[in-house]
Design a protein around this ligand. Structure first.
Ligand SMILES: C[S@@+](CC[C@H](N)C(=O)[O-])C[C@H]1O[C@@H](n2cnc3c(N)ncnc32)[C@H](O)[C@@H]1O
Length: 257
């Protein structure tokens, strides 16, 4: 059974004192499309908690998922926001952790798409499958772009919503093969994410809440206007659903002025 999430909005001056970890929980390779869908359900639950209460009031969003890996969050964003376009950006180098590649990730999503399209009518009872089928009927599905958040000059433009989960502190640590690391790399990454977002658009960054790591708030504030920070605890996701452990996340929300 899914663990109850605890959501607590905390004053900004307290939130900025907290730090976070850098070592990511490895994502599981989606072995088959049903496995992907089962995991997607849990990822979507988490995402809805992260986004709850944000001023998400336009339709046909253009969304970017920075550091998307296998695309669980990318497809979740598309579903949660009923987005018109959603692009997942990742280096897909697979260094350090998951042996990801653009082709593997794309294949994973294509399999899910094919599986869902082939599902019989009674599978419509499953809300997630129904929602995904609705997306597909509108011709909407995420696309992946292989790119580097730190070093690229060709990231998407005019995003209404930019999402970046468990990436910035990895960049700071030089994980996932990042050759530029430390403050300079985070500064560049945040600047690029902000540049990709249109004026008035939102940027949401999620990191684990663990003491002892770099505080990313000053980097975000150099380019964006603060909206809110909150702490959210979620049950961890394993190969067979939620595990007995949980993780506390910090969710940073900013607006591009
Ligand atoms: C811990 S995973 C997070 C995946 C996803 N955001 C999620 O929460 O499910 C970190 C991802 O960031 C990607 N990444 C790290 N540095 C990057 C960079 N400079 N540009 C693009 N992607 C990067 C890695 O390849 C990896 O897929």
């Amino acid at each position: 059974m899914a663990k109850k999430s605890k959501r607590l909005e905390i004053p900004y001056f307290l939130a900025r004192k907290t730090c976070s970890p850098t070592i990511p929980k490895d994502m599981q390779t989606p072995n088959n499309s049903m496995e992907f869908i089962e995991r997607l359900k849990l990822e979507l639950e988490d995402l809805r908690e992260f986004l709850r209460g944000l001023p998400l009031n336009i339709s046909d969003y253009k969304v970017g998922d920075f550091g998307c890996e296998w695309g669980y969050t990318t497809l979740s964003l598309m579903l949660a926001l009923n987005a018109a376009e959603c692009v997942g950006i990742d280096t897909f180098t697979g260094k350090d952790h998951s042996p990801s590649s653009l082709e593997q990730a794309q294949q994973g999503l294509d399999n899910v798409k094919a599986k869902i399209l082939a599902m019989p009518k009674n599978s419509q009872e499953d809300g997630l499958i129904r929602e995904t089928q609705n997306l597909l009927r509108k011709g909407r599905f995420p696309v992946f772009k292989q790119d580097d958040i730190v070093q690229s000059n060709s990231l998407p433009k005019n995003l209404d919503f930019a999402f970046c989960k468990l990436v910035l502190r990895n960049i700071h640590e030089g994980a996932y093969g990042n050759s530029i690391k430390g403050n300079q790399a985070v500064e560049l990454a945040v600047k690029n994410i902000a540049t990709s977002t249109k004026h008035g658009g939102l940027v949401c960054v999620v990191e684990k809440n663990v003491a002892g790591s770099v505080d990313i708030v000053p980097f975000l504030e150099a380019h964006l206007t603060f909206l809110r920070i909150c702490h959210i605890r979620r049950g961890d996701i394993g190969t067979n659903g939620r595990t007995s452990s949980s993780t506390s996340y910090i969710v940073y929300a900013y607006k591009k002025p």
